[in-house]
Design a protein around this ligand. Sequence first.
Ligand code: KIV
Ligand code: ZN
Length: 433
Amino acid sequence: ASKYQPFVPVRLTDRTWPDAVVTKPPVWCSVDLRDGNQALIEPMDIERKIRMFEQLVKIGFKEIEVGFPSASQIEFDFMRKLIEEKRIPDDVTVQVLTQAREHLIRRTFEALEGVPRAIVHLYNATAPVMRRVVLNMSEDEIVELARTNAQLFKDIAAEHPSTDWTFEYSPEMYSDTEVEFSKRVVDAVTEVWQPTPQKKCIINLPTTVEHSSPNIFADMVEWTHRNLLRRDSIVLSVHPHNDRGTGTATAEMALLAGADRLEGCLFGNGERTGNLDVVNVALNMYIQGINPGLDFSDIDGIRATVEYCNQLPVHPRHPYVGELVYTSFSGSHQDAIKKAFSARKESDIWDMPYLPIDPKDLGRSYEAVIRVNSQSGKGGISYLLEAEYGLQLPRRLQIEFSQIVQQEMDSLGTEFTAADLWKIFRKEFGMDV
Ligand code: KIV
Ligand code: ZN
């Protein structure tokens, strides 16, 4: 017998989305500086936080969760620095997180003194395991906790009318909570906040720990989307984590199910296996012809900044950004890419075998696409010689030369660069002095 409980799917809604496609980008919110940062071996210092903040602004995030100011002095100081040094652009709203505890909420608003606009994000856990084991609170007590602290938000914000406040609430562990109960808690919060279609609040549904498959989560989101009170006054956000490795699918299905907004991190940094990788979702949209509203045209520069700030490497096979993801070593792939490149006109739609996205759109070059090792064939070898040295080999010579190269590679077992190939060519065909 297994010690794990099977997930019993409950058909919550008569789903409308399986054949739907996402047609517009969500509101994006980066949580790199909060959820991402709290998961780092060495959390960012102020200099790295500023670098990350500026990078996020440059990419085009309009909502950025910059920290948890009541959690530590450095988080508090960073918030103050952004405000006092006027580093927040007019079209960007900073967001901060706080637990539902009075002294933490007061400290959070203190950190925000003088900010022109801010999203203040309240959370408390709602799942049965947290109620029973960690908090020792009844359902009614959880509802009361959320209601009281939502009221405190409203009262403190009213004392600072010069700031344009937006409130956000997360039932932490929403994906492990009974949907009827999370609706009860969320409705209690929105009854206090009284959002309107003109001044919405954000309700954020996290898969704090991803336990179930994306379709089950999306079913819950659709139920919540259909049943929340004041839905027209709510921006419905989701906050997937990636414990099952399905954060991207979870986010995409949640958008189909009615979510308006996504919270996540660049390249999926974050607690444990990470937060949702927002780059994946944005570029998945991009290759379906939807402008995500985020700019990844210098993906290598972004990766370098993120690696510096997080002090963590991005995997060479990471979708869209990894060092190897636009590279083919296999001979048949190289041959197909080479043929498609020579047949392609600049105005053609992108219809390229083995390359889902044009590497140029992300600031990558075609040269990196084809690399040569013992798995490669004449196509890749002649492509590199032509691209780097302008050498156009006739077909028979391509075959002859690739056999020579193959023998060398079989004995050495390493990758060959264009310069290596050129050297062998000159030696074999008597061009060396
Ligand atoms: O994953 C989570 O539940 C969170 C909340 C605090 C929003 O990060
Ligand atoms: Zn989280």
